[in-house]
Design a protein around this ligand. Structure first.
Ligand code: MG
Length: 308
């Protein structure tokens, strides 16, 4: 019998988004020292790409205030990519001044989401993004792109595949080495993800794609596995599932990194992360946030641990 999982890469890069995508959607705010400790703990667990923060307006996203101090606190952390999110030229300038080496840019595949979340339509956003990307590239920074709403929009419902492809292509043409396809509301199921990944791979090549799945409807791992089977070798995840779902209070949001690591371990896919150290890193953050995590694997391991 041929291996039905033959397409899954032997090695996968996990992009840990908890310290940014996770924390910015939490009700409680972690102080800079705790954010530095979290990133260091995650690096200690073996993660080699950790989204460390965002240069956004502190009045709009207070959880990301002090990202410059977080980067300063991470000085000396070698061999780890620390992308930071920037929405505009001002954010980019602040990131450069803080010593960032890589920035993440974002655009939505849904017009309404783009207007409501970013304050501008898709075309305006892409034009702005080209400008930011050009400056970042000239400054020698690495570039990562995000497309949100690839499998549905909280305002519009269905999102056209062509819109996802158009935004993905624009991000690559702007200079993004990698584009992360985000199922922002976790609405996608494997068929849709296969269509999105297939269409985007045709446009920019499978090697440039990452998958960013949300577990709102319990589909995250199934969707990630679908992308892996198609050859996607970069997966975003958030330790302890930090962040929840901003569009469905109380629901799960980001795929928990622990759950991803458990699956990859079981499949023999290399990724370099130690599950138990990762769980401890997540527990540290959860202690500061004051709530339980969303990782099934972490909960399962905890039950299996001897008491005391
Ligand atoms: Mg997310």
């Amino acid at each position: 019998m041929t291996d039905p999982l033959a397409g899954v890469p032997a090695e996968v890069t996990i992009v840990e988004v908890g310290p940014r995508d996770g924390l910015q959607n939490e009700a409680a705010i972690l102080p800079v020292e705790a954010r530095v400790a979290l990133v260091r703990d995650l690096a200690g667990a073996g993660l080699r790409c950790i989204e460390a923060g965002a240069f956004v307006r502190a009045d709009l996203v207070p959880a990301m205030a002090g990202t410059d101090a977080v980067l300063a606190g991470l000085g000396g952390l070698e061999g780890v990519r620390l992308p930071v999110l920037v929405p505009n030229p001002r954010g980019l300038q602040a990131a450069i001044e803080a010593g960032a080496r890589e920035v993440a840019l974002f655009a939505a595949a849904s017009e309404t989401f783009s207007q409501r979340n970013g304050g501008a339509g898709i075309d305006t956003t892409l034009a702005r993004l080209r400008e930011v990307a050009g400056t970042a590239t000239a400054a020698g920074l690495g570039l990562r792109g995000y497309v949100s709403c690839v499998a549905g929009c909280p305002f519009e419902g269905e999102v056209a595949l062509e819109a996802v492809v158009r935004v993905t292509r624009a991000l690559v043409e702007s200079g993004c080495a990698e584009v992360s396809l985000g199922d922002t509301i976790g609405a996608g199921t494997p068929r849709r993800i296969a269509q999105v990944v297939g269409a985007c791979a045709e446009a920019v090549g499978i090697g440039r794609l990452a998958i960013h799945a949300h577990d709102t409807m319990g589909q995250a791992l199934a969707n990630v596995l679908t992308a892996l089977e198609m050859g996607v070798a970069t997966v975003d995840a958030s330790v302890a599932g930090l962040g929840g779902c901003p569009f469905a209070p109380g629901a799960a949001g980001n795929l928990a990194t622990e759950d991803l690591v458990y699956m990859l371990d079981g499949m023999g896919v290399r990724h370099g992360v130690d599950l138990d150290r990762l769980i401890r890193a997540g527990e540290g953050a959860l202690a500061g946030l004051g709530h339980a995590g969303h990782s099934r694997a972490a909960t399962g391991r905890r039950r299996a641990r001897p008491a005391g």
